[in-house]
Ligand binder design. Structure first.
Ligand code: BG6
Length: 486
């Protein structure tokens, strides 16, 4: 029976905005994540609200003027920009075979519309990726993990504007030409379905500036689909054989009951939250069910002549998704609610939850892998999976994160089951392999890493790295190719 192949890519993932810091060094321009505000004195409710609150014009303008960066954690991250060599040494010690990170658009084109790229930014990625290969790791590069140069929002309106597609494709081509040979797997967009569920992160929309918000979300998404397809085209022309993937945040969902209405609701949720995005990227056309959603929700988008052909001719080479939890679909408005990544769902009585209320469901990963593979028959790369928790650094420097080991172990077991089911699973990059600032709630205290970073929510601390218990566990898992999971 099939198992993890010898080529299986065990790795770890982070994103530039959450890790790099150095927001104004090396010629980098300000980016949209640099403007997200956090206050360490906020209580849990305020933090959760902040996750769901969309950017407002007032918040955006205040952030542009801000001098004190304490409240803008994405500006300092874990200073990976300066520490990457030491961090990669730890990844090498763990035996990691691949490292996923994102490239910061504003390091390459500080304003997005600059005439020439920033050479210092390009050199940084050459150095980073060379260092990965030197340490035996392949590179999985996300071209855009939410943050775009702020100038593209203030001058052009961000993804609303078709011109941003051209700027993006030019940026991607620069990467293919200048650092392309150093990258093994490409992901044009992190979680492309985020454009719908966190509209500032996903497509830089500022809600109070929109007259027809719903239509604009899908207009931005259309522009991203076109940018994605043109990027695939460019990659295949410039780098023959390049592997370019499409990624979503996977919202695995079950019907709350076997009542037919709940089952139908599950199908609708699955279609509109997940498959709408992968259908376009993998099958190369808008699915039939989208017409009904557009009509019933009064959504109007503009397509340029030739757009359908662009989508049809340039589909993805593999699929990727992030998987953290599962959710419940129901037509009952009073069903008990639960928290989750990007969207909140309903409570599943059979599952435990993380410290942040995300419902832990390893079997859901096997279900998702089967569903995605069955539908598209494309190789699958799990781009993110992990658990955010309150870790404690003990006085002797140890971190006893047995709950993380448990979470990872059960998910790896289910990956193995999925491979036995016949799924062509090619890799797994655990999220965030080293502690970074959380994306949703901007908390440094929500930690995912197998490596602890001594930094608090105001950026204070030694920034020193410590191996958690899970470090040795993941090392053993990689060494034994997923066999030794004790
Ligand atoms: C994914 C994002 O949706 O979820 C990551 O791609 C993010 O950037 C991850 O960090 C976990 O979410 P959070 O809010 O716990 O950081």
């Amino acid at each position: 029976m099939k198992n993890f192949t010898d080529e299986f890519l065990w790795g770890g993932a982070i994103a530039a905005s959450q890790a790099d810091g150095a927001y104004d060094e090396g010629g980098k321009g300000l980016d949209t994540q640099d403007l997200r505000y956090f206050d360490a004195s906020w209580d849990k409710t305020k933090r959760t609200e902040n996750r769901n609150r969309n950017m407002t014009t007032q918040m955006f303008e205040e952030a542009l003027k801000a001098k004190d960066i304490t409240h803008y954690p994405f500006r300092w991250g874990i200073d990976f920009y300066h520490t990457y060599k030491d961090d990669l040494a730890l990844f090498e010690e763990m035996g990691m075979k691949i490292f996923r990170t994102s490239i910061n658009w504003a390091r390459i084109y500080p304003n997005g519309d600059d005439k020439t790229p920033n050479e210092e930014g390009i050199q940084y990625y050459i150095n980073l990726f060379d260092e990965c290969h030197k340490r035996g790791m392949k590179v999985f590069a996300t071209i855009l993990h939410y943050n775009i140069p702020v100038n593209l929002v203030t001058q052009y309106g961000g993804w609303k504007n078709r011109k941003v597609v051209d700027f993006y494709v030019r940026y991607a081509k620069t990467l293919f030409e200048r650092v392309g040979k150093r990258v093994d797997y490409w992901l044009p967009f992190n979680e492309i379905n985020c454009s719908r569920f966190n509209t500032y992160n996903g497509c830089c929309l500022i809600k109070d500036q929109e007259e027809d918000y719903e239509s604009m979300i899908f207009q931005c998404a259309h522009h991203q689909f076109i940018a994605n397809a043109l990027t695939i085209k460019a990659a295949h022309e410039i780098l023959p054989g390049a592997m370019v993937g499409g990624m979503i945040a996977r919202f695995t969902t079950y019907p709350a009951t076997c009542k037919p209405d709940d089952v139908m609701q599950m199908i609708l949720d699955d279609n509109y939250r997940n498959y709408f995005y992968t259908d376009i990227m993998a099958r190369g056309k808008y699915p039939e069910y989208a017409q009904r959603m557009f009509a019933e929700s009064n959504i109007h988008i503009h397509k340029e002549p030739g757009d359908d052909e662009i989508l049809a001719k340039n589909t993805v080479d593999f699929l990727s998704f992030s998987y953290y939890m599962s959710m419940i679909s129901t037509t009952d408005p009073n069903y008990e609610k639960a928290s989750g990544n990007l969207v909140s769902g309903s409570k599943n009585p059979y599952l435990e939850s993380s410290d942040w209320g995300w419902q832990i469901d390893p079997v859901g990963l096997r279900i998702s892998l089967n569903q995605m593979y069955d539908r598209y028959q494309l190789p699958i790369f799990i781009g993110e999976n992990g658990i955010g928790a309150h870790d404690v650094l003990e006085s002797d420097g140890s971190i006893h994160d047995t709950y993380r080991i448990e979470y990872l172990r059960e998910h790896v077991k289910q990956m193995k089951e999925a491979i036995k089911d016949g799924v062509n699973l090619i890799g797994y990059t655990m999220w965030g392999i080293i502690d970074i600032v959380s994306c949703g709630t901007i908390e440094m205290s929500k930690r995912y890493g197998v490596i602890y970073v001594d930094r608090d929510e105001e950026g204070k601390g030694t920034n020193k790295r410590y191996k958690k218990y899970s470090f040795e566990w993941y090392k053993k898992c990689i060494e034994s190719n997923g066999e030794d999971l004790d």
